[in-house]
Design a protein around this ligand. Structure first.
Ligand code: WTA
Length: 628
């Protein structure tokens, strides 16, 4: 291993129970990968044929670098596959959603009930004038209605843009404006650790200067009900129509299904656009095979639908497979550190999918919490969002999985729509390594010219061939889309640094750009810097990520003040609060340092790399372009 990356390649391997090879759908990974690589299009066509289409494709794929069309000229509606297909095929009374509230309250929706709610909501949205192609912004807590509204949009062909309810005013405002959202659906509040956290108030501020918004639909959960003042505001339940059928809009495979914003290296968040057909196939396929989802599973993905993980593995993937999902508005440490394990025990959760930051938090809280509960229902564990460090892997494997459960550490991105690299259940597991590409995916680690690097040498992670659920464009910025496919040869550049071992197992070393991953959430340096600079006291700012044992990385900001403002602890707190209000708590710097100057290139670009090296006492590398 080249020392520059400072990682040690551990040699530990966990060999799974050999019987898994027979019992799991992809137990024989090598054989299935081979089948794929012999004829990729035939492979994907077979997957697509497992789903229902209104009209099938003329051609599986058309590749006109960097633009792909999948299932060309086919017609479908994803909700027919998520709902109608199950309701009409014997799963009417199967549980689709189990919801657990912050205070332990419960709600259950069978497929029949979910279907009816989606129909009502879809008709309701139509009655507000929402049509195919219109954008609807969903800014809601993790309640069943968040999923219902999402599916209702898909039913009528409206493009949903879910914004995580932890985002602040400025972040919400820019996403509403970029998507040109006609409707914003929100709730009065969310409940976190027993306390009410206002959401509607944030929407009120975020719609100022957002002229596209015609109506705000409010799910009123609290008593007494929040007053609605203006004509623009509509009660969620009043919007619901009594009609129980809503015909599925006929969508072309390449019509947009949703926009989801993710942090960029420069400027504001990027609106990643996914389309109906390819995304459906990718979400269905990966859920079915990576989690080996079965009819009697209870699948718990702890993400929020506001992130891609929630889109693909709370909503679409499991419902496309007719699965039972568990969701909860609760936080992992309230009312005590055992609450999540008690949920697994109580509902016999079989598949548990979470983020390394949560695992490290549980490690810190101690094994006595999970040990109080019976976790015997679990059969498969998953991880996503940031590197699962070997220590966290070990703890997850021994304490939660009791050495029985395979762990799938899944690498993928908002842009990829589905899992791309993992160690398929049944394969030997190597702590610290994500594993190999899924059958259907061609991934490699290459140098900047696109040539594969030898095992043990770090390089750039690329995807070499198009796949069905790849993003199709960046909203209002197709140039940015093309960059993904033109930076390193003709490959899709993920922006991650990686290394392979002799067996082809891939380890992720971190980002190659200025995206910082805090607790599994992508934060762009540029976004936080611009939030800081929007404060009257700040002239300039540079934000870097520093390693942190719990959160993976934390944010440190270097701030140059305007003349007239002087450094103080009070000002530090004010600036942190300012970022919290504009972007949300996840983007808050943990540390602020006031400085007189920032290292810059002669062309004026801040060299964050130099700041990071100085902070960590490392060699800053090539500084020949440094101005001063
Ligand atoms: C990182 C989340 C290591 C990676 C699904 C990627 C990971 C970015 C893993 C995408 C993993 C995601 N191991 N790193 N298993 N999964 N990442 O768009 O840097 O929120 O580029 O998608 O998260 O984050 P995004």
């Amino acid at each position: 291993m080249s020392e520059d990356f400072g990682v040690k390649m551990e040699n530990k391997v966990y060999y799974p129970d050999p019987s898994l090879k027979e019992t799991l759908r992809m137990g024989d990974y090598e054989a299935i990968y081979n089948e794929f690589i012999q004829d990729p299009q035939a492979y994907w066509e077979k997957v697509a044929n497992e789903l229902e289409w209104i009209q099938k494709w003329d051609k599986v794929m058309e590749w006109n670098h960097p633009y792909a069309r999948w299932f060309v000229n086919s017609k479908l509606n994803i909700t027919q596959n998520c709902l109608d297909r199950h309701v009409h095929n014997g799963k009417k009374n199967k549980v689709a959603i189990i919801w657990v509230g912050d205070g332990g309250e419960e709600q259950v929706f069978t497929y029949r009930q979910l279907y009816r709610e989606v129909m009502k909501c879809a008709n309701g949205l139509k009655s507000l004038g929402v049509k195919k192609g219109d954008a609807v912004c969903i800014y809601m807590p993790l309640v069943p209605e968040q999923i219902i509204v999402t599916l209702a949009c898909a039913r009528i062909g409206a493009v949903h843009s879910i914004v995580f309810a932890g985002f602040g005013t400025q972040a919400l405002n820019s996403r509403i404006k970029d998507a040109n959202a006609k409707i914003v659906v929100t709730a009065d509040a969310t409940i976190r650790r027993g306390k009410r956290v206002e959401l509607k108030a944030i929407v009120d501020e975020a719609v100022v200067n957002a002229p596209s918004v015609e109506k705000i639909v409010v799910l009123r959960r609290m008593t007494p009900p929040m007053e609605l003042y203006s004509e623009m505001e509509i009660d969620y339940h009043e919007m619901l129509s009594n009609v129980s059928e809503c015909e599925a809009e006929v969508m072309d495979a390449e019509d947009p299904l949703f926009i989801l914003y993710t942090s960029g290296t420069t400027g504001p968040a990027k609106g990643i656009v996914h389309t109906c057909g390819g995304y459906m196939v990718g979400a269905y396929y990966s859920t079915r095979n990576v989690f080996d989802l079965r009819d009697n599973d209870v699948f718990w993905c702890t993400a929020d639908p506001g992130w891609i993980t929630g889109h693909s593995y709370i909503i679409y993937g499991p419902l496309l497979n007719g699965g039972t999902i568990l969701i909860t508005e609760s936080t992992p440490d309230y009312p005590d550190a055992g609450v999540w394990w008690s949920i697994i025990d109580e509902f016999d959760v079989t598949i548990f999918y979470t983020a390394p930051t949560a695992i490290r938090m549980f490690m810190r809280m101690g094994a006595e919490w999970p040990n109080k509960y019976d976790l015997g229902s679990l059969r498969l564990l998953g991880s996503v969002g940031e590197p699962l460090n070997p220590e966290a892997f070990e703890w997850y494997y021994h304490v939660i999985g009791k050495e029985r459960c395979p762990i799938v550490d899944t690498w993928w991105q908002t842009e990829t729509g589905m899992h791309m690299i993992t160690t398929m259940a049944g394969q030997p597991m190597k702590p610290g390594f994500i594993g190999k590409p899924l059958p259907g995916v061609v991934a490699d680690v290459v140098d900047k010219n696109g040539d594969p690097v030898p095992a043990g040498t770090g390089g750039f992670l690329v995807i070499k061939e198009p796949w069905p659920s790849m993003m199709r464009t960046v909203r209002n910025n197709d140039e940015r889309y093309r960059q993904y496919w033109t930076t390193i040869g003709k490959y899709y550049t993920a922006g991650d640094l990686a290394v392979k071992d002799d067996d082809g197992y891939i380890m992720i070393l971190g980002r190659s750009d200025d995206i910082i991953i805090v607790s599994g959430h992508n934060i762009g340096s540029a976004e936080v810097e611009s939030a800081l600079v929007s404060n009257a006291a700040v002239a300039e700012a540079a934000v870097i990520g520093l390693p942190n044992a719990l959160k993976g990385q934390i944010l440190k900001a270097f701030v140059i003040l305007r003349t007239g403002s002087s450094p103080s602890d009070k000002l530090k707190s004010e600036l942190i609060y300012h970022v919290r209000m504009s972007l949300g708590p996840i983007a808050m710097p943990s540390e602020i340092e006031f400085v007189d100057s920032l290292p810059k290139t002669r062309s004026g670009k801040i060299m964050r790399r130099v700041l990071r090296a100085k902070e960590l006492g490392m060699d800053p590398g090539d500084v020949s372009t440094l101005e001063d």
